[in-house]
Structures are given as structure tokens and as C-alpha cells.
Design a protein around this ligand. Structure first.
Ligand code: ADP
Ligand code: DP6
Ligand code: CO
Length: 326
């Protein structure tokens, strides 16, 4: 049976940057995100007994090598759990740029987790799906849920308590998240490699770990209290801190370009002029600017005036994973 699922990307307000167990995808710290309404992946999966290998089609192109291996390793977990051994045809479309810091790995593996478990006959709850999606890409465990989401790092060594939970529904607090694209090219250092190198070598990583709980507490309080200034202040500081850990790595590396800095400066100028806007940046040069819906038009116009900005997408908090065609 062919099953189709859709999952949206998410943007972390408090970041996941480092694993304590790479095999089990266990993070060093909790992270908090917003699921986005405009960016998503739609994936169909069909297990068939006439296939000799998994086949992964991404945006209409048959993938090979490392890309299909990642998918096969993930499906092996599902096959093992279900006690089945058929290979699958996976057809996936990203309505988001792939591997460019727009979290395609999050929507991609959340959609794959939902479609493949159902296609193989497993009856999974949200937390089961979140736990399994983690094995494709850590950030994917947050995309199972809509709205404001926290990934609990868990304390068990087997990782069974490491999964995400919704902390506030998408309809309970509307914010504008402007995805400011300065480059759509794929990044050179994938998130996975970047965080591993940082944990291993960064002189600043201990500072990240020492202050993360304070950031998480502030963000949680701000979300529950709908305190925009408080949330904006901590999310921007947390993003800069994450990027600082890369600067402290050996050898150091960074994802920013001149255009990234142009956007960061403009956000600070907006604040000086009395408009509350804050930025966050993942493992890539693109910037997400967060503001209140009343300021959305003004912030968007200001971003579009920056010479080095290519496109501005406006997102709002979006839904969790869903099945299509039911
Ligand atoms: P991003 O910022 O896009 O999340 P990452 O470096 O975290 O970048 O992840 C990119 C990787 O995610 C891709 O190389 C691919 O392995 C995986 N990925 C992207 N889209 C999909 C998809 N639709 N289904 C499965 N895996 C995907
Ligand atoms: C900077 O989830 O893409 O976007 O677990 O190795 O697949 P893997 O990495 P990934 O890392 C995301 C890093 C981040 C921050 C975040 O989304 O929390
Ligand atoms: Co990713």
C-alpha cells in the first residue's frame, strides 16, 4: 500500500547543536522550535516484494550513493521494528530548498517517518513518530508537531525518552517568521558534520552547555507568557552563541556571507527605529527574521530593499504531520 504524508519544516529558537550519542541521535541539550506553515515535504512510501533495493526519488530525480544509503539505513530501523524485509519506493518532493539551511532534513525525515511506519503497518502515536524521526535527522523529531515544540533530550542511555512535545498550539500565538534568502545553493558543511566538529574541537562549547538551560527557561517563559521582546532577545542571543561555537572550533568555520551580515545589521537598525524584530540563523547563510504580525509588512519591505537579498518568504506557525488522501 502506498502512503503519503506531509510534514513542515521548523525553525529552532533555542538550537540543537551537538550530539551526546551519534548512533542514537541523542542531543546534548533540549531545543525549542516553531513549525512553519509555508515550507514542507510531501513523501510517499510503498513497500514491495519485487524490489531488489530501496529507490529514493527526490524532487523527481532518482538519488544514489550516500543519499539513498541514509534513507535505507532509516528504513532498516522501520523494517526491523515491523519484522518485515521488503524494500520500498520513496517519492519525495521538497517545497523548500534542499540542504541550504532551510531545514529540509527536518521536514524530509518527519514525512518519511510518518509515511513509512504507516505503509509497513505500524500504528504509531505522535511521540513514537517523533522518537523514530530523530534517527533520520535530529531536528525532524520536532516537525511531527505543529506550533511551538520542545525536544526533550532525555536522560536514558537507550534514548527512549528523547522525543519532542508540543508546548503551545500554532493557533495560540501568531508570529511572523520571514525567511530571508540570500543564497539557495547547498551548503558545503552539512549540519551533521558541523556540529560533530564543534563538539569535538570548540573551545567555546563548554560555554554553550553552561548557559543553555537559562536560555531554554527564558524561551519557555516567553512563549507561555506571549512575551515577544523576551522571546526575541533570547532567540537572537542563542543563535549568535551557536555560531560563536563554530568560530571557536579547530579549524574554525562559519556559514555567514556578507549578505548574512547585511540582514543582521538591518534587523538591528529596525530595532533602533522602534520596530521589534529579531533574527536567527541555522547552519547556512540564510536568515530568519521574527516579528509580530502587525510589523510584518514593514519588516518585509525593509528586507526586500537590501541589495544582497534574493527573496523573502513570509511564514507563520504551521501544523504538524498529516496524511494526504484520507
Ligand atoms: P537542511 O538545512 O536542509 O536541513 P541538512 O544538512 O541538515 O540541511 O540536511 C540536508 C540533508 O537532508 C540532505 O542531504 C538529505 O540527506 C536530507 N533530506 C533533504 N530532503 C529530504 C527529503 N525530502 N527526504 C529525506 N531526506 C531529505
Ligand atoms: C542548526 O537536525 O539537520 O538547524 O541531526 O545531524 O541530521 P542531524 O542535524 P540537523 O541539525 C540541525 C541544526 C540546526 C539547529 C536546529 O535545528 O535545532
Ligand atoms: Co537539517
Amino acid at each position: 500500500m502506498k502512503i503519503t504524508a506531509r510534514a513542515h519544516t521548523n525553525i529552532a529558537l533555542i538550537k540543537y547543536w551537538g550530539k551526546r550519542d551519534e548512533q542514537l541521535f541523542l542531543p546534548m541539550n533540549n531545543s525549542i522550535s516553531i513549525t512553519l506553515d509555508q515550507f514542507y515535504t510531501t513523501t510517499s512510501v510503498a513497500f514491495r516484494d519485487d524490489l531488489k533495493a530501496d529507490s529514493f526519488i527526490l524532487n523527481g530525480i532518482e538519488m544514489g550513493g550516500h543519499e539513498v544509503d541514509k534513507i535505507s539505513r532509516f528504513l532498516d530501523l522501520i523494517r526491523q521494528t515491523a519484522g518485515r524485509n521488503e524494500y520500498a519506493i520513496i517519492d519525495s518532493v521538497n517545497n523548500v530548498p534542499t540542504a541550504a539551511g532551510f531545514a529540509s532534513s527536518a521536514s524530509g525525515f518527519a514525512a518519511l517517518a510518518a509515511a513509512s511506519t504507516k505503509a509497513i503497518g505500524l500504528d504509531y502515536s505522535g511521540s513514537d513518530l517523533s522518537r523514530i524521526a530523530r534517527f533520520g535527522s535530529g531536528s525532524a523529531c520536532r516537525s511531527i508537531y505543529g506550533g511551538y515544540v520542545e525536544w526533550n533530550k532525555g536522560v536514558r542511555v537507550d534514548g527512549t525518552d528523547s522525543y519532542a512535545m508540543q508546548i503551545l498550539e500554532e493557533s495560540k500565538w501568531d508570529l511572523s517568521i520571514l525567511s530571508v534568502m540570500v543564497e539557495a545553493r547547498q551548503k558545503k558543511v552539512l549540519s551533521r558534520e558541523g556540529m560533530t566538529h564543534t563538539v569535538k574541537t570548540s573551545d567555546f562549547y563548554s560555554g554553550w552547555l553552561e548557559t543553555i538551560d537559562a536560555d531554554l527557561n527564558l524561551a519557555r517563559e516567553a512563549i507561555h507568557g506571549r512575551d515577544f521582546e523576551k522571546l526575541g532577545t533570547v532567540l537572537e542571543r542563542n543563535a549568535l552563541k551557536m555560531h560563536a561555537t563554530m568560530l571557536g572550533a579547530n579549524p574554525p568555520f562559519f556559514y555567514w556571507t556578507g549578505a548574512t551580515l547585511d540582514v543582521m545589521h538591518t534587523v538591528q537598525e529596525l530595532r533602533d527605529s522602534g520596530i521589534q524584530a529579531y533574527f536567527t540563523i541555522d547552519a547556512g547563510p540564510n536568515v530568519k527574521v521574527i516579528c509580530q504580525p502587525k510589523d510584518e509588512m514593514a519588516v518585509k519591505e525593509r528586507m526586500q530593499q537590501i541589495q544582497t537579498v534574493r527573496e523573502v518568504f513570509v511564514c507563520h506557525p504551521g501544523p504538524g504531520v498529516s496524511y494526504i488522501g484520507e
